[in-house]
Design a protein around this ligand. Structure first.
Ligand SMILES: *Cc1c(COP(=O)(O)O)cnc(C)c1O
Length: 379
């Protein structure tokens, strides 16, 4: 089956009791057993829920994986992965990372004795140098947030495979419509389903997709033991969102490219980050690795003035200023004070994230109105 058909049908059957075409919201905490231990595969809703099962199977199909596990949030999924490790284990993560991922690693799990190294991984040879026998996992995001750099999943996976190390790819920015890391050698794909998968800014959820049966069992054990499960209503919303993922992503990509091109020729704009631009340093890699370039664009203004960047962000009428991304509506974010505030300023600047960078999550409105909004705001 091709993507659009899978998005609508994979893992989804009409409800066996009524024929309801939409998966019901099984709002229940427990399931009646015929005799002790004799049940229909569902015992208690922390462990399993039918609405969640359908979503997990659908997500697994979209990422070409065997297993899906859904969590209360993207960070709950990250938390579960980090609980696979023991004090002294070392994790290498790319340095252009979602702020919350950096925070849970450094502020929570480093306290428990896990060791983290953050390095630039746009050049995979940096990993060859940094990896040691203690390295148990490599964690990448691509495109990266908020600088929209591209990490070569296949080259990184060749190194992690040779060293017998897990590779996790946070695929939130691309969505499974544009990129499938398991096909490129990753072991675990992570999504903040809050973003493009849900797509309507109405729920918070996370997901992991993987092939390995043993690793799936360990993660399911951790989930059941620790309890970070999503509610059935949220599973329903994400399932509904996914039915239009492909057409939303097509429009996100079209609009973002036009906006990146518009910004590139704007005299007040000094830098535009978008992997779909031919002058993006990794445009060729993005073309190979992705089926489109996504809906995220970031840019800087000439003069590097923070008050001027703030004035622009305050002047938008169609773009809303807010955290998050991936919804149908356009959002603008100031990474330094919002999504990435949990990364120390000197760490941010070392990685090229300036305090004046503006990040756009380009929505699926009419692009002419979005460009007019930028024109008015930048002036
Ligand atoms: C939002 C986000 C997360 C965290 O997901 P939540 O659902 O907010 O917990 C992780 N990675 C990326 C790239 C994100 O954008």
């Amino acid at each position: 089956m091709k993507f659009a058909t899978k998005a609508i049908h994979a893992g989804i059957e009409p409800d066996p009791t009524t024929g309801a075409i939409m998966t019901p919201i099984y709002q229940t905490s427990t399931y009646v057993q015929e005799s002790p231990g004799k049940h229909k595969g569902y015992e208690y809703a922390r462990t399993q829920n039918p609405t969640r099962t359908v979503l997990q199977n659908n997500l697994a199909a979209l990422e070409n994986g065997q297993h899906g596990i859904c969590y209360a949030s993207g960070l709950a999924a990250t938390d579960a992965i980090l609980k696979l490790f023991k004090p002294g284990d070392e994790i290498i993560a790319s340095n252009d990372l979602y702020g919350g991922t950096y925070r849970i690693m450094v502020r929570v799990f480093q306290e428990y004795g896990l060791k983290f190294k953050f390095i630039g991984l746009e050049n995979p040879s940096a990993l060859e140098t940094a990896i040691t026998p203690a390295t148990k996992m490599v964690w990448i995001e691509t495109p990266t947030n908020p600088l929209l750099r591209i990490v070569d999943i296949q080259s990184i996976a060749a190194i992690t495979k040779a060293k017998n190390t897990l590779l996790v790819v946070d695929n939130t920015f691309a969505s499974p419509y544009l990129q499938n890391p398991l096909d490129l050698g990753a072991d675990i794909v992570l999504h903040s389903a809050t973003k493009y998968l849900g797509g309507h800014s109405d729920t918070v959820m996370g997901a992991l997709i993987l092939n390995d049966d043993e690793l799936t069992k360990r993660l399911e054990f951790i989930q059941n033991a620790c309890g970070a499960v999503p509610g059935p209503q949220d599973c329903f919303l994400v399932l509904r969102g996914i039915k239009t993922l492909h057409i939303r992503m097509q429009r996100h990509c079209e609009n973002a490219l036009k906006i990146a091109q518009y910004l590139s020729q704007h005299p007040k704009v000094s830098k535009v980050n978008y992997p779909g631009l031919e002058n993006h340093p990794q445009h060729e890699l993005a073309k190979r690795q992705m089926r489109g370039f996504g809906g995220m664009v970031s840019f800087e203004l000439h003069g590097d003035s923070l008050p001027e960047a703030v004035r622009v962000m305050e002047s938008f009428q169609v773009f809303s200023l807010g955290e998050s991304l991936g919804g149908v509506e356009s959002l603008c974010t100031h990474p330094a004070s919002m999504t990435h505030a949990s990364i120390p300023k000197e760490e941010r600047e070392k990685n090229g994230l300036k305090d004046t960078l503006i990040r756009l999550s380009v929505g699926i409105e009419d692009v002419d109105d979005l460009i007019k909004d930028l024109e008015r705001a930048i002036g």
